[in-house]
Design a protein around this ligand. Structure first.
Ligand code: SF4
Ligand code: SF4
Ligand code: SF4
Length: 418
């Protein structure tokens, strides 16, 4: 008897993940906390539990007892297409993983399901398929000539050819939100910390490809991680600084996985580095803020994903004239800004809806400044701020506030985007 092939296979899912899927108790705790489910008006398909239970069902149809005896039961294509839309309606914020009583590593699961669907020819969604072509061809998702990577560097900024410290700028800070790169470079120069950069040799960190399940296509992710790691080694760096939460998480967690080896350098977020300098008494604030209130949004790729919660807070608390206050939902319990996991590019309306709610979280505490440590958070929180018409709320990165408090002039930076 000729049997059909399963509609959905186990490809890209590990044995542990298949067991995790079976371990869901249907408690529904994750549903209460999911920001995209909430912002969508509680669309049932976006609920994390619902996605797990549907995959459980697919596995049963493909590999259950009945499937073994009589052949797999097919899952209708429309149903798989709908599942794809739902599994991409997720910012990979990890809130569901944090609250899951069965300890399911949901983020890894969503990414594995996405990779499975990409291979099957379903995913990704919206503008996300462009990432592969753009990153493969230009080394960045903005279709920019690699030579433009250092076009923001002002004459006074000194970048060494080789140094123990390398600043990995990232595509967004170097090619779009240049004020972030500008501020980071000037802060390092101001503090007499010699650093080097990869310049036109820098490749996209691949966050966009990994988070959207496209990391295996044409081997682009592995090849660009290889080029970055080799470039960093060639410049003699043993410490690599990141001011972008997405790049930082990808370098720390995904590069070693893609390359199958440990990185020959330390991966450090700029706020961790500043935190250490503050402890060592090496920072002399020159220009206090005029009694402003600031709150901090934890980027989920810096906070929940890898546990960097305190350093950015410590930097903000140490800046004179800034009164630091917390929002109700912080650290492990933070609410995502809505931009991650490819949602900003794939489903922009959903990203905006989540951002509006996060801005409301901040407005409830009446701060002057909503700060974060990630250019994607900043961009999406600015969009959310504009959408709820809270024009007086300043949204700014911790490193830019640091530069200002050190008396560093950033007015000559021609920032193309917020
Ligand atoms: S990772 Fe975040 S957005 Fe995605 S399903 Fe879980 S809670 Fe929802
Ligand atoms: S919190 Fe965990 S166990 Fe509970 S429904 Fe969600 S995925 Fe299942
Ligand atoms: S943009 Fe920031 S908060 Fe939003 S998903 Fe990415 S890291 Fe998380």
């Amino acid at each position: 008897m000729v049997r059909d092939n399963p509609s959905i296979t186990t490809e890209n899912l590990t044995a542990v993940q298949l067991m995790e899927i079976d371990s869901c108790t249907r408690c529904g705790e994750c549903v209460q906390w999911c920001p995209t489910y909430d912002a969508s008006g509680k669309k049932p398909g976006l609920a994390p539990r619902d996605k797990i239970l549907r995959w459980q069902e697919y596995m049963k149809k493909s590999y259950g007892l009945r499937a073994r005896l009589f052949g797999p039961k097919q899952v209708p294509e429309e149903e798989i297409e709908q599942f794809k839309e739902d599994v991409y309606g997720c910012t990979t914020c990890a809130m569901c993983a944090t609250v899951c009583e069965s300890g399911i590593n949901t983020v890894e699961l969503w990414e594995a399901m996405r990779a499975n669907l990409v291979k099957r020819g379903n995913g990704p969604v919206g503008k996300q398929p462009m990432f592969v072509k753009l990153i493969g061809e230009y080394g960045n998702p903005y279709m920019a000539d690699p030579k433009e990577r250092l076009s923001w560097v002002p004459d006074d900024v000194k970048i060494e050819d080789k140094a123990d410290i390398l600043y990995f700028g990232g595509c967004t800070a170097e090619l779009r939100q240049k004020k972030l790169a500008f501020a980071t470079a000037r802060v390092l120069n101001h503090l007499d910390i010699p650093f080097t950069m990869l310049g036109e040799d820098e490749q996209c960190c691949n966050s966009a490809l990994v988070r959207t399940g496209q990391y295996e296509i044409e081997d682009i992710s592995r090849k660009s991680a290889r080029k970055n790691v080799d470039g960093i080694k060639a410049r003699g760096a043993t410490k690599v600084l990141f001011a972008c939460a997405g790049c930082y998480r990808t370098a720390l967690v995904d590069w070693p996985r893609l390359l199958g080896e440990e990185l020959p350098f330390e991966v450090i977020h700029i706020t961790e580095y500043l935190d250490k300098l503050i402890d060592e008494g090496k920072i002399n604030w020159k220009q206090p803020f005029d009694n402003k209130t600031v709150t901090y949004h934890d980027p989920c790729h810096l906070g929940r994903h890898v546990g960097v919660f305190e350093p950015p807070r410590k930097v903000l608390r140490s800046i004179p004239g800034l009164n630091f206050i917390e929002m109700d939902r912080i650290k492990d319990n933070q609410r995502c800004c809505g931009a991650g996991g490819g949602v900003k590019a794939g489903i922009p309306d959903l990203a905006l809806g989540v951002a509006e709610t996060r801005v409301e979280d901040a407005l409830a505490k009446s701060p002057d400044i909503l700060s974060s440590a990630c250019p994607f958070c900043k961009r999406n929180l600015c969009d959310g701020r504009d959408s709820v018409k809270a024009e007086s709320l300043e949204v700014e990165d911790v490193i830019v506030l640091t530069a200002e408090a050190l008396g560093i002039d950033l007015s000559d930076c021609e920032d193309q985007a917020r």
